[in-house]
Design a protein around this ligand. Structure first.
Ligand SMILES: NC(=O)c1ccc[n+]([C@@H]2O[C@H](COP(=O)([O-])OP(=O)(O)OC[C@H]3O[C@@H](n4cnc5c(N)ncnc54)[C@H](OP(=O)(O)O)[C@@H]3O)[C@@H](O)[C@H]2O)c1
Length: 338
């Protein structure tokens, strides 16, 4: 079967399309023929050797995929041949809080990921895909969708009337915006691009701020929220954005720390956190229970669909990753299986 591998050393130039033996399922396992995958910023960092410089190579990259069950190992009960499924991001994390094992069993590093024709997973480590979603749309859920769900619903506990601030128009942020709206919240979204902000408004964002033009975007967001401040910040920037996020959030509100696009080491004003009783909540994607809850919500609200920006052929994965790196995308970048 065909598979992409990071071979020898890290970097986009070290991605190789190779042939691997087709895997066969053992007891309790399924073979999934992958049909579509989506790429996350994490996949780019993994290929570049930034996410985990000690990652063993070769590695099949990328965590998020969807496919069809083509073979069952002995004793499988949860799925049948022909079912459409997605492998979960952390293969061992089914429910409850994460632990060290959850961090070590993630697809696309350290475990081989979805950029291959077939993937064998344990039946417990996959979920059924909502029927109304296309393969391209469903491929956006395992990391980006589940992260958005855990941020807004599981940890954020967003409820009708809340105000949510999402940073940027990448995969996680747009899904978080859509889910916050689903919960009945008002959404403020930021972007570096007025065009992207227009598209975000068309998708339902109530207020938009261009973070390149408005230096104190956090303060502006707090003002929009009626000076009370926002209830939840979907924080993907990290060091470069945290101070403004802390200006935006209300007393007793939550900053969900998801990404470090604008730096990983910070010199934040800690007094803001303690004086205002702010909850800074680290997010590590989510577990199978989060994924299943997300799928139940999407199956009921079929108008909420992941935003697929562009679709690339399997053979052009490096091009897809370079496109993501360019920051031109709005929502998700998808790669079709061979
Ligand atoms: N902790 C977790 O579980 C988890 C899960 C998924 C992702 N992540 C992390 O979350 C981050 C976003 O991931 P993603 O896959 O959604 O990435 P993505 O699709 O590549 O989105 C990146 C977007 O973020 C915006 N952005 C970049 N720098 C920014 C800044 N300084 N201030 C505000 N917005 C900025 C840009 O939006 P505009 O073009 O609109 O300006 C950019 O398009 C990454 O750091 C990723 O590693 C973490």
């Amino acid at each position: 079967m065909r598979a992409w591998e990071i071979q020898g050393s890290f970097g986009l130039d070290h991605l190789r399309l190779t042939d691997r033996p087709e895997p066969r399922p053992g007891p309790g396992q399924l073979t999934v023929r992958l049909t579509a995958a989506s790429i996350n910023y994490r996949d780019l960092l993994m290929v570049r050797g930034i996410y985990n410089p000690r990652q063993k190579l070769p590695l099949v990259p990328c965590s998020d995929g969807v496919g069809v069950v083509v073979e069952l190992g002995p004793g499988v009960r949860r799925f049948a041949v022909g079912d459409r499924v997605s492998p979960i991001f952390s293969q061992s994390w089914l429910e409850g809080p994460p632990d060290r094992r959850a961090e070590r069993t993630t697809l696309g590093g350290p475990l081989d990921g979805v950029m291959q024709e077939y993937l064998v997973v344990h039946e417990d480590s996959a979920v059924a895909v909502p029927e109304h979603l296309s393969d391209d749309e469903a491929a956006c859920l395992p990391c980006a969708g589940v992260t958005a769900w855990r941020t807004v619903v599981t940890e954020g506990r967003v409820t009708a009337g809340d105000t949510v601030l999402t940073l940027g128009t990448g995969g996680v942020s747009l899904l978080a915006m859509q889910l916050a709206r689903l919960q009945g919240a008002r959404v403020i979204i930021t972007s570096s691009s007025d065009d992207k902000l227009t598209r975000a408004s068309e998708l339902g964002a109530h207020h938009t701020i261009n973070y390149r033009q408005v230096e104190r975007w956090g303060k502006q967001a707090a003002r929009i929220a009626g000076d009370r401040g926002v209830d939840l910040v979907v924080e993907v920037g990290g060091a470069g954005t945290l101070d403004e996020s802390l200006r935006a959030v209300r007393v007793g509100g939550t900053v969900a720390l998801i990404g470090v696009l604008a730096g990983a080491r910070s010199d934040v004003a800690l007094t803001r956190i303690l004086m205002h009783s702010v909850r800074v909540q680290g997010i590590f994607v989510g577990n199978r229970a989060d994924f299943e809850a997300l799928n139940r919500a999407l199956s009921l609200h079929t108008d909420v669909r992941p935003i697929v920006d562009r679709v690339f052929d399997f053979a052009t994965l490096p091009k897809a990753l370079r496109y993501l790196a360019s920051g031109q995308h709005f929502g998700k970048v998808v790669v079709r299986a061979p």
